[in-house]
Design a binder for this molecule. Structure first.
Ligand code: MN
Ligand code: MN
Length: 474
């Protein structure tokens, strides 16, 4: 029949990404929702890079991973390396020499947030309030972070190498911190005439932390002193200790299902801990891969992958030199560059999915859609692909073939239409090491906001993609 012929031809020639919910059976659907519950628990508790590394180490040790110092170099051996408590590598040694190639999935575990200034605490005499001065981290729309409950997470150095971890605002009974916004009645001029992004300025992001004096009718800054006393009683810290501290202000909300059908998740920090978590889950489940599998969980992507815990750091070269030395005890620069040249990388980072209310920033044919699978982004950058990793046809082709052969749901996407804006990821820093790399992660709505939104189907698709890559990319 002519009609059937046309369908066959269409099937052969035309490509359309699949809507996952239409493509899976009831059993798979249950698996997707089950995976999402594990993910929600994790991302609701892990809100900083340090907390991620701590939790990942616990999970890795339970799964039989050992620190590099104890590694023997046997096939199938599971190893981890932690760099300054803020970035981490997990490795499963493959059957082949690392010189012949290795499979890396690299995600970042930092997220946009609000940091404290070195001298954060002050008492405002005119308003009888104590506040914290802040400095935002990463590309946020500052006005989104006001009037929501905020928690304080971090670490303070005390003396002689001793440190204390701080988490305030996560327990139901805990107080929270707030950035108060101006009432609309008085905001018409001072805020109404500003551009949206300047609605709240950096120096207006002053966090409420206190309002009760330590002693009544006393001179001095009694409200500030009260806060310092509370901090000292609880954590043993003084005002001076705050100077070098890493205290991160993050949304206090727990992850929530979105929609009556519960298909979406709203949570803080999904860029890029959704990739961090799915990469971690994938590497923990790998046994004796053909090629050595490496999960890199990196810090500082949101500020350009800088510092020694970011992806520009020689931590990655050092890791490769250690892995090469494990094989036969020797190591030359040629071995190092050879191994890196033959490495293949998925840069696991989120992309934008098409926003239903701002379609004009997307080009519909090339915009990623919710629940259509992991988004393969061949290039990012801005303008004429400036500052982008533009993945090679051979590598993209190979990865898509791998995904198709193993039932991974994927779609191609780009970060907005041409000249609309842009962004970058870790991909280009891996390409600088002569590795083959392509961006590949789930799409988000409300990216970089206090509650980012992802599809449960896409999260599951990302996990499947990374696992298939580790297991089957030869
Ligand atoms: Mn990211
Ligand atoms: Mn980001």
């Amino acid at each position: 029949m002519p009609k059937k012929k046309k369908d066959e031809l269409e099937e052969k020639l035309v490509y359309k990404p699949k809507f996952i919910w239409n493509a899976v059976d009831a059993k798979k659907r249950k698996e997707i929702f089950g995976f999402a519950e594990d993910y929600k628990r994790f991302i609701g508790e892990v809100k900083t890079e340090r907390e991620f590394v701590n939790r990942a180490r616990e999970m890795a040790e339970k799964a039989g991973f050992v620190p590099m110092e104890k590694a023997k170099g046997k096939v199938g051996e599971k190893i981890y390396v932690i760099n300054r408590n803020k970035s981490m590598a997990l490795i499963v040694l493959g059957r082949r020499d690392i010189a012949e190639g290795s499979n890396i999935v690299v995600a970042h575990i930092d997220a946009p947030r609000i940091d404290l200034k070195p001298h954060p605490l002050y008492e405002d005499k005119e308003t009888f309030l104590a506040l914290l001065k802040t400095h935002y981290y990463g590309g946020i729309k500052k006005y989104q972070w006001v009037n929501i409950p905020l928690a304080l997470h971090g670490m303070v150095y005390l003396k002689g190498g001793k440190t204390v971890d701080i988490v305030i605002g996560e327990d139901e009974k805990d107080p929270v911190l707030m950035l108060p916004d101006l009432l609309p009645h008085l905001a018409r001029k001072v805020q109404g005439e500003r551009k949206l992004f300047q609605g709240i300025e950096g120096e207006e992001m002053n966090l409420l932390i206190g309002s009760v004096p330590l002693k009544k009718d006393e001179e001095g800054e009694q409200i500030k002193l009260n806060i310092l006393k509370i901090l000292n009683d609880r954590y043993g810290i003084t005002e001076k200790d705050l100077i070098g501290a890493e205290l991160e202000v993050v949304p206090a909300e727990k992850p929530r299902d979105v929609g009556l059908d519960k298909g979406l998740i709203a949570a803080y920090g999904q860029d890029d801990r959704v990739c961090g978590y799915t990469t971690l889950r994938a590497i923990l489940e790998i046994d004796r891969p053909e090629k050595t599998a490496i999960a890199l969980l990196m810090d500082k992507e949101e500020i350009g992958s800088e510092t020694n815990t970011g992806s520009k750091s020689s931590f990655i070269e050092y890791l490769y030199s250690q892995l090469i030395s494990l094989e036969d005890g020797s190591f030359t620069p040629r071995d190092l560059y050879g191994a890196m040249t033959n490495a293949e990388v998925l840069s696991a980072d989120v992309d934008a999915i098409m926003d239903p209310s701002f379609k004009q920033v997307h080009e519909p044919l090339n915009a990623a859609k919710a629940s259509h699978g992991i988004v393969l982004t061949k290039y990012t950058g801005a303008g004429g692909k400036y500052s982008s990793n533009d993945a090679h046809a051979e590598f993209v082709g190979k990865i898509l073939e791998l995904f198709d052969e193993n039932g991974v749901f994927w779609q191609a996407g780009e970060l907005g239409k041409v000249d609309e804006g842009g962004g970058g990821t870790i991909a280009k820093f891996m390409a600088e090491r002569n590795m083959d790399v392509v961006d590949c992660g789930p799409g988000l709505l409300s990216m970089h906001s206090p509650m980012e939104i992802a599809s449960k189907a896409d999260i599951w698709a990302a996990y499947r993609a990374y696992r298939v890559f580790f297991e089957k990319n030869h």
